[in-house]
Design a protein around this ligand. Structure first.
Ligand code: ZN
Length: 338
């Protein structure tokens, strides 16, 4: 059994051939030629897909092609709506254009949905033996994927799982979605970098200003390094990120009572810096968490040993792996409902 997975990003395209027994057999990485328009990018994707099928299909049956795409993505239509990371792709029929070129089965999901699928099948979900989980990916924005009873939760138009846009601070910074104080503007890598920039501009962070000398801005990763070296302002930025995340997660835990919440994306690599304030907020704001955390009164009957909140296991590979296993997941869930 062979699948092809595509991780479509605003900067890079990654395409891989995959088998469940071996994992990724071969992969191709290309720049996303946004300036050439969506049709040229789909042409690039499809020629790489056909090249991998040609190289890897000997003796193997192609189960399908899976694509993880930036959103907002309308499903099952596979059409994009004003995707901020793919300018000029509004109303683009991604699924239709790929099927037209390839004449092969193609499945499309939002990028956070394929990431949660990978954690469910190959990462923490598998390790803890749970069949429901919620994942937040903290990157340029905040993505969200939810699996309930073994199936991806889509909502009525494929736009369920947008926890990046739940309100954390009603008076907070303006978000790209039009709302103020979304989780995305308080806990993404962009939010961490902006918080540093605001402090420097206000003349309140001498250490960070020195670090930034000669450059336009500091990245979330550089701020994390500064925090680990004891910079108080960087420490407080990450504590704020953990607090925003804790407030958002407390709501999700109170609503869903799932056994597992996974935090992925680049900012999750600073788990040591953000998790203390995250757990402080969970204890304060979610009685469901307080009662069901591992070892607590109501945790014993839960799969995985209680409400687990953990950093992702698969890190940067989750998106590509999730796209690879998407066709297999869909055929399995289709068989299960027959
Ligand atoms: Zn928003």
């Amino acid at each position: 059994m062979l699948t092809i997975g595509v991780d479509l990003g605003g900067t890079n395209l990654r395409i891989a051939a995959y088998t469940p027994a071996i994992g990724i057999l071969r992969s191709i990485a290309l720049p996303t030629r946004l300036e050439a328009g969506p049709h040229a990018v789909v042409d690039d994707m499809c020629s790489a897909i056909l090249q991998l099928i040609d190289q890897c299909s000997e003796g193997r049956k192609l189960a399908g092609i899976g694509v993880g795409s930036p959103g907002p993505l309308e499903l099952p239509a596979g059409r994009l709506h004003h995707p901020p990371n793919l300018p000029g792709w509004d109303k683009f029929d991604l699924l239709g254009e790929m099927e037209k070129r390839l004449r092969l089965p193609v499945a499309i999901e939002g990028d956070a949905n394929v990431a949660v699928l990978a954690e469910y099948t190959l990462g923490l979900g598998k390790e803890l033996g749970v069949d429901s989980l919620c994942m937040l990916t903290l990157g340029t924005g905040v993505g969200n994927g939810i699996i309930l009873d073994g199936k991806l939760w889509h909502g009525a138009a494929g736009m369920g799982g947008e926890a990046g846009h739940i309100t954390i601070d009603p008076e907070g910074p303006l978000c790209g979605c039009g709302n103020r104080g979304c989780l995305e503007v308080l806990a993404s890598a962009t939010a961490v970098a902006s918080a540093g920039e605001r402090l420097i501009k206000a003349g309140k962070a001498q250490g960070l200003a020195k670090l930034q000398t000669g450059r336009a801005s500091l990245t979330a990763l550089e701020l994390a390094e500064a925090a680990r070296c004891g910079d108080k302002d960087a420490i407080s930025i990450y504590a704020g990120t953990g607090r925003a995340l804790g407030i958002g997660l407390a709501d999700l835990i109170n609503v869903f009572n799932l056994p597992l919440y996974v935090i992925g994306g680049g900012v999750a690599q600073s788990w040591d810096l953000l998790s203390p304030s995250l757990f402080e907020e969970l204890e304060k704001r979610s009685y469901v968490y307080a009662l069901t955390a591992p070892g607590r009164a109501a945790s014993s009957g839960m799969p995985g040993g209680g409400t687990q909140v953990l950093p992702a296991k698969l890190e940067a590979e989750a998106g590509l792996l999730g796209a690879c296993i998407l066709p297999l997941h869909l055929s399995k869930t289709a068989l299960a409902t027959c």
